[in-house]
Write a protein that binds this ligand. Structure first.
Ligand SMILES: [Zn+2]
Length: 208
């Protein structure tokens, strides 16, 4: 029996619904008909990018909408706080009509979801965090600031069986497309997702 949805902390559920890329943070879970991420929070469905704005910057003032300004074209599924700006509802609508129809926005969101599925993300040394460490979000928009609980769980619970030595060893053994995450997962007795997060330095970041 796995954990049911309601046992999982909202921060963790949110974090698991996002793939952080070099530019956009792409919502890969449910989206509405406009391509915006939907997230069940405090007993109701809310829009993922609006929630992210509130977590990053504070409450959204009455009558204001959260608009996108993504590099290379707006992506309604993006929740990167640096790509979100506050506009009046009127500006928001103008924004949508200027950039194309809402259904076009929807298919653009789908496109991004496909492009940034877990499978297609580069791994190990080719992962963007290795190529461009300077682009890792810092300060208020840093992932750990936004999901502090998730970080703690990762280190203390999920990978509790591991030691820094084992983590280093695993990273050395990992060769993309050759020594796979499933084989390492079997060897170390942890999940594939945990191996992936360790070799991409999302977990055990403090170990070089
Ligand atoms: Zn974006």
């Amino acid at each position: 029996m796995g954990r049911s949805k309601k046992d999982v902390h909202p921060d963790e559920r949110y974090g698991n619904s996002v793939r952080i890329t070099e530019t956009c943070w792409v919502w890969i879970a449910n989206t509405n008909k406009h391509g915006y991420g939907r997230f069940y929070y405090n007993g109701k469905y809310t829009l993922a990018h609006r929630l992210m704005w509130e977590w990053a910057y504070g409450p959204i003032p009455d009558g204001m909408g959260v608009c996108h300004n993504c590099i290379g074209g707006d992506n309604p599924a993006c929740v990167n706080p640096k790509h979100l700006w506050l506009g009046t509802q009127k500006e928001n609508c103008q924004d949508a009509s200027r950039k194309g129809t809402l259904s076009a926005a929807r298919s653009r969101g789908e496109e991004w979801k496909k492009r940034f599925s877990m499978r297609s993300l580069p791994k190990g040394d080719k992962h963007w965090t290795h190529l461009h460490p300077e682009r890792i979000p810092r300060g208020v928009t840093h992932y750990k600031k936004l999901f502090p609980k998730k970080g703690v769980r990762g280190a203390r619970v999920n990978t509790a069986k591991l030691t820094p030595e084992l983590v280093r060893q695993m990273r050395q053994e990992y060769i993309p497309w050759k020594v796979s995450t499933p084989s390492l997962a079997r060897k170390y007795g942890i999940s594939k997702a945990q191996v992936y997060k360790i070799v991409t330095h999302q977990f055990w970041k403090h170990v070089e």
